[in-house]
Design a protein around this ligand. Structure first.
Ligand SMILES: [Zn+2]
Length: 212
């Protein structure tokens, strides 16, 4: 087991489309275990193949309470087979150290993938949970997409990237997602107290980061 170097934003590897895993060989199993080690050592909730320089359709996630036992999930050759609803998600990425921004996500996803033994499984994640958002975030990496492509506010995101000495958003990669945005705006209008609560949570997370 070893800790791998995490590729940073700006490296073209992150923009490449990853290839299917044809055989879950010993090499692939070692890679997955190293990815888990790397994710845990960086205190991340997810990590995808391209982030460790391997353009293979693999990602790992652990959304369990950091104080409790670990709950590693491995997704090989994943496919998102259902998605619905829209939410605002305040996200970061291990390839963008310290930079967090508001992005658009589906609130529900159903994903089909293979586990480390090559057995197919289906996972559902609802209500804009951390798992639902992490699955979409990591899945995107396999297609060369990044969370900032879903940014709700390009200029705000650019400022955040600049503050963390990262390259600016790639405007041609940005996704329009008008339907998602309309749904999020409508929800926010109807739930002002929840929006306020969300803002407070974000503020708290930011204070926490600055302390770290
Ligand atoms: Zn990421």
């Amino acid at each position: 087991m070893s800790i791998l170097k995490i590729i940073e934003y700006g490296n073209p590897i992150l923009r490449e489309k990853s290839k299917e895993v044809l055989k879950i060989s010993k090499k692939i199993k070692t890679l997955v275990n190293d990815m888990l080690d790397t994710m845990y050592s960086a205190n991340g909730v997810g990590l995808a193949g391209p982030q460790v320089g391997q353009n293979l359709r693999i990602f790992v996630i652990d959304v369990s309470d950091p104080k409790g036992p670990i709950d590693p999930m491995v997704f090989i050759n994943p496919k998102i087979i259902k998605k619905s609803g829209a939410i605002n998600s305040y996200e970061g990425c291990l390839s963008f150290v310290g930079a967090y921004t508001n992005v658009r996500r589906y609130s529900y996803v159903m994903v089909k993938a293979l586990d480390l033994n090559g057995r197919p499984f289906i996972k559902e994640a609802r209500d804009g949970s951390l798992l639902a958002r992490a699955i979409q975030h990591e899945f995107d990496h396999l297609d060369g997409k990044l969370f900032i492509d879903h940014a709700r506010n390009r200029f705000e995101t650019d400022n955040i990237l600049k503050k963390h000495n990262l390259p600016p958003v790639e405007v041609d990669k940005m996704l329009e997602e008008k339907e998602l945005e309309d749904e999020i705006v409508a929800w926010e209008k109807a739930h002002p107290e929840d929006v306020q609560k969300q803002l407070e949570e974000i503020k708290e997370q930011q204070d926490q980061q600055e302390k770290n």
